[in-house]
Design a binder for this molecule. Sequence first.
Ligand code: NAD
Length: 475
Amino acid sequence: MKIDHLINGKQVPGRDYFQSVNPATQEVLAEVAAGGEPEVDAAVAAAKDAFPKWAAMPAPQRAKLVRKLGDLIAAHVPEIAQAETNDTGQVIAQTGKQLVPRAADNFYYFAEMCTRVDGHTYPTDTHLNYTLFHPVGVCALISPWNVPFMTATWKVAPCLAFGNTAVLKMSELSPLTASRLGELALEAGIPPGVLNLVHGYGKDAGEPLVKHRDVRAISFTGSTATGNRIVQQAGLKKFSMELGGKSPFIVFDDADFERALDAAVFMIFSNNGERCTAGSRILVQQSLYASFVERFVARAKKISVGDPLDEKTTIGPMISQVHLAKVRSYIEMGPKEGATLLCGGLDAPLVPDRVKKGNYVLPTVFADVDNRMKIAQDEIFGPVACLIPFGDEADAIAKANDIAYGLSSYVFTENIGRAHRVAAAVEAGMCFVNSQNVRDLRQPFGGTKASGTGREGGTWSYEVFLEPKNIAVSL
Ligand code: NAD
């Protein structure tokens, strides 16, 4: 199979190709066009040409096309989910039931929303001020590999619905499903040039895209290191930076134990632990610590690791051998730093023959973790849980905030005052109280500190994809 760029509605062959590999089997899934500056220039030019007509299209008409794209995704869920699972190792139970259906919802939601963009009025004695929201122009949309289809649509849907045009660059590790998205966009009747795709490596294709002078806004999801580089290289543009995380999951001794346990297991081991909002630092109050650790480990040992195409599998392979080596290096580091390895570790899991060459790691649990250890401070981005004891509320907050990141947070307590106090005190873009991460498309999604700037979702997406203009009329 060959995957080419999509520029101005046409498949454009690569000058060079690289291989996309199935992380469960190591089989080559596709030869993918490796783009660079010439392809980026052509794609940005196509997006710039398509912009005036697309922006001027009445919102209800644009909404119809965007909704149609949602319908086409909904009609192809099994096919897209299987491709996503093969390309990323994310288990089919997640891609088929959650991630790909949610991608269709992203289009339905923003199709509706673009017909409801309103403004503000600020009347004074002498002037009537009012606000118009205009689309920004050509947007660079850059996606990571962990849940690529959902992340790409989370950007493409508001970008297009609000009247912008786009150049989408997927991670070189997971380009398959976005290429299908490009085809479906054309099938939905979205005009050529409105959504363009350039494949390739970050340095070759991503860098010229973010530097391009005709790109007006960048919506980037990826690591903090790359986000920093982009901000330095891109010049004056609108930014949304959705970066890494190492989120605290705080359990007080008055919490609903079973509920906290379920959510803690889910937030570190779902999506293979390759999840930006993972509750990877599990802070448990000292009085509850021993019993929580015991039950947590018992649950971790029961998690099924195996073929990601099997509905019963919870953890599939890591995205790449390089990433597997990174995760393993932290598992090796834990005991050296003084943490206690309670399950998992470096042994290879037993998996079916079909996937025996996969990039597997066992769900791993470290106890007696000190919040200053590297395994507690760095984003491992794999199924590795760090269980950290704390004393009182002040200690929980101090430990939660003693970290470079600030993406998500989780608080479990039955004390309503404490729930609100801790939720307010935690330095994070999001806090879930007595709950795992549950998304509503109206919520502001994003982080603070090293986890990024800007928020996306609902009217928060205006910040990136719409330009407010104030008009002051003298009375
Ligand atoms: P990455 O930063 O290595 O790559 C992300 C994307 O940026 C890829 O498409 C890559 O090709 C591109 N890129 C690399 N260098 C570039 C450059 N110089 N200029 C422009 N583009 C460049 O991240 P990754 O390893 O693909 O993804 C994992 C990271 O993403 C984790 O840190 C995770 O927390 C983060 N993430 C964040 C969120 C969020 O919403 N905050 C969601 C998912 C993943």
